[in-house]
Design a protein around this ligand. Sequence first.
Ligand SMILES: *Cc1c(COP(=O)(O)O)cnc(C)c1O
Length: 249
Amino acid sequence: MSIKENLEAVKQNIAATARRVGKRPEDIVLLMATKTVAPERIREAIHAGGHIIGENKVQEALKKYEVLKGEEAEWHFIGHLQTNKVKDALKFADMIHSVDRLSLAEKLDHRLQQEGRCLDILVQVNTSHEESKYGVAPEEAISLVRQIAGYNTLKIQGLMTIGLFTKDEVKIRKCFKTLKEIYDALIKEDIDRVNMKYLSMGMSGDYQIAIEEGANMVRIGTAIFGVRTTPDAYYWPSEKTDADRAEQR
Ligand SMILES: *Cc1c(COP(=O)(O)O)cnc(C)c1O
């Protein structure tokens, strides 16, 4: 199937699931996860009706951005962001989904102050409790959001998570329920400058479950572009690096 056909099929599935849970199809935002996908195929997807690109690695994203920046699309960063890549990430990113620690928020704020502008961000939560996944622990999420809200260049627009990789639907659903609970709690808290607009959860294998659990932004790669040849371990290291650990302390 072509990218266009895949995209249409995904959009139809999203629409059907949305209706089933009493939402309008247009309430669910589709982000195309484009890691490993070549610029010309991304262009094809944009022309076929995809509006948001999500990239995982700063250097890879920048290269593609240089080729595609004339296209009508939003660029989101969805991968782990090291503080030493902040400056480059801000060259292309319209939104960053993966803010998961104060040191990163501080670095982003510092750079944004220099540039004299604000940025939309999501706070990433590790709902699967997997050591290998990035994200703030669910118990610490609300406190982190409160602290990040202190940086006035950062506009918190919601939360993001990656569900557990398993065939066990109950366990996947539990991850999404956890994120939704934090989201609802934050709506209640009504913190200044914190806007709970997006709940970014769900990928090719689990986006229907995510929408059932309240997702209004899904990040889809494989179902649009086909199976990737580069292993995901390259994008989600199975072990955090020592630098990551040091930074999180
Ligand atoms: C790769 C990726 C996706 C999409 O994964 P697929 O299973 O290919 O749909 C979504 N979110 C993040 C953070 C990713 O890295």
